[in-house]
Design a protein around this ligand. Sequence first.
Ligand code: F0G
Length: 458
Amino acid sequence: MKLPFAESYKIKMVESIKKSTYEERQKWIKEANYNLFNLKSSQVFIDLLTDSGTGAMSDKQWSEMMIGDESYAGASSYYKMKDAIKNILGFDYFLPTHQGRAAENVLFSATVNEDDVVPGNTHFDTTKGHIEFRKATAIDCTIDEAFDTSVFHPFKGNIDLSKLENVLKQYPKEKIPFIILTITCNSSGGQPVSMKNIKDVSKLAKKYDVKIIFDSARFAENAYFIKIREEEYKDKSIKEIVKEMFLYSDGMTMSSKKDAIVNMGGFIALRDEDIFKKAAVFNILYEGFITYGGMSGRDMSALAQGLDEGTEFDTLEARINQVYYLGNKLKKYNIPVQEPFGGHAIFIDAKKFLPNINKEEFPAQTLAVELYIEAGIRGVEIGAIMADRDPITRENRYPELELVRLAIPRRTYTKNHMDYIAVAIKNVFDRKDPINKGVKIVDEAPILRHFTVKLERI
Ligand code: F0G
């Protein structure tokens, strides 16, 4: 018999999580104004709000925490991080920052100006926010297949080259600080970009003399998908693929809370000394001196170790297998989920799941609330509440897809937890009394309303 898959790690430390009753959860979610961000973590049994900063560090990472060097300048922890970035990613210059959006803030302060355009595959919210905040425009050049959940494409994060070339032709190169390639593309569902597409984008960038920056939060997951889906890479190691991917970029921003498996941290890495020097000024203003940039020494040391572990095939195989295990289980229960599954999360199609709820009553938020009440599982709405109001007309924007994202933290939950999640979702799906009423907004902030919105059940 073929041996089944098993993780290449065992567990040395555990953290208790609390079960609760249906009645308690009904009361708590009402007190939280039906906004899952307002719940206390102690009111949540399985937390799938995000895979960012929620992973389990290894024994080696914890050892690094103990020997972190907290010197203000020139800490050995900084040099550990510098070496890891050079050896694994291939960059000579880097700046530590406290997380991914801080890296965006620092780099874009040095490079993005009013009226610029930044083409890319679907930009992550904070990336787009930092571009628009500077009165520049993010232009989405993702392939059309990415927006159709019924189409299978192995690399739904890919850039449509003709869309990109149109932008490069239309604007002078002085107006395009860089192309941004998000690997994997979070906003299109954790979908990877192929090496072929990376190379083709790089060729176009060279032709028009424009730089490329990778938004790299989940770069190792992207490399894993290249290995298993792109024939000529099947015999290459993840580290070899990672090295090759970054050869085609001029720099990167990193939220280390994902594939470097730390609770907090980020960085910018660059090839060009001039951009590094410009960005370093903003790093000192916003983050801290250039050898710590908002991070503790111990966190830099754990990050360096995490970069090494996060780019090991066994780590990635266990992680992505777990996400796929949950996805396949849900499919077996006929739950409408987005396919192919992403690297870090499963997305439930809420319009198909709750066909009786119209878009004005926020089907994805309604489903996220029901799932919490059913079993204490916290997912997140990626739908009209998150899409927010149009900044000019102030009308609600209704995106094509209403999704509930179930993001799986790294090395944190077990197969039993995945089974529990799948059954909970099936139970909501099979309810005798169909869910006919959604939620309405009673109070909202002018921007980024999903974090603090107050809702009522209709
Ligand atoms: N880029 C991508 C692709 C991301 O997914 C994130 C964060 C960031 C940048 C910003 O990094 O949080 O460290 O400031 N994504 C988290 C998520 C929040 O839940 O998907 P950050």
